[in-house]
Design a binder for this molecule. Structure first.
Ligand code: ATP
Length: 228
């Protein structure tokens, strides 16, 4: 059974419909890239999964309908979101940020700082004083501290220096290699995404237009739907 399943997912912002039929499945331990040009519905799909926006169609986690649930219940069922714009508590230290997110499980502060050693060196520093890349690591660390079964990374490397982006891609690769966590990835770096993802789902104007193994995503398809 899929861990996450979306079928014919629809969603609107007021009277403006943004999703018209998104189909997407993620199995346990799978890394799936959600791709598509700007404004095609990727972030809206993520908001629907996390119940931050009302949606219609099928939306389930391990067969359980998520539609009746508020977002904090979806989080507690094991969906960890790293939203666009890396949100941390700016006035809290790195340690306090991590601890505030913690739920029982394998992910502890020690494990997060092993994945991101920079965070370990800055545990008593306020989040506001971190670089953009370090804040992004902290945002991912916070999501991991909730011990999610599904980690959603929405533009996790956006606007970061190349060296920091590499560190984040290496961490994602380590998660894929060493854990059973499922990952839904949205990112503009198609080459890096291709390196870590098992499958891709492409949306265009709020609809899934292609889904398949990453290896089957030809340059032609990429150019047609993603613009690279
Ligand atoms: P990007 O890569 O630019 O973030 P995206 O694929 O994530 O794009 P969405 O942000 O999901 O796209 O946007 C899908 C559609 O919904 C777009 O037409 C967008 O203008 C619209 N939209 C997004 N957020 C809102 C909002 N808060 N209110 C109204 N319309 C919105």
């Amino acid at each position: 059974m899929s861990l996450l399943k979306l079928e014919g997912l629809t969603a609107s912002y007021g009277s403006s419909q943004a999703l018209f039929g998104v189909d997407l499945e993620i199995a346990e331990g799978e890394v799936v890239a959600l791709m598509g040009r700007n404004g095609m519905g990727k972030t809206t799909t993520v908001k629907a999964i996390c119940r931050m926006i009302q949606s219609g169609g099928h939306l389930s986690l391990e067969g359980r309908d998520l539609h009746p649930l508020p977002s904090h219940r979806v989080a507690r069922l094991g969906v960890g979101l790293v939203p666009e714009g890396r949100r941390c508590f700016a006035g809290l230290t790195v340690h306090e940020n991590l601890i505030a997110a913690a739920r029982p499980g394998d992910w502890t502060q020690a494990r997060v700082t092993a994945l991101f050693p920079r965070l370990g060196e800055r545990l008593s520093q306020r989040a506001a004083s971190l670089s953009g890349g370090e804040q992004q690591m902290l945002a991912i660390g916070r999501a991991l501290m909730t011990n999610p079964r599904l980690l959603i990374l929405d533009e996790a490397t956006e606007g970061l220096a190349p060296i920091v982006r590499q560190e984040i891609w290496a961490a994602i690769a380590a998660l894929k290699r060493d854990t059973q966590i499922s990952i839904l990835l949205i990112d503009k770096s198609v080459r890096e995404i291709a390196g870590v993802s098992d499958r891709a789902v492409i949306v265009e104007r709020g609809r899934t237009v292609w889904a398949g193994a990453m290896a089957d995503l030809t340059p032609d398809l990429s150019e047609r739907y993603v613009g690279v």
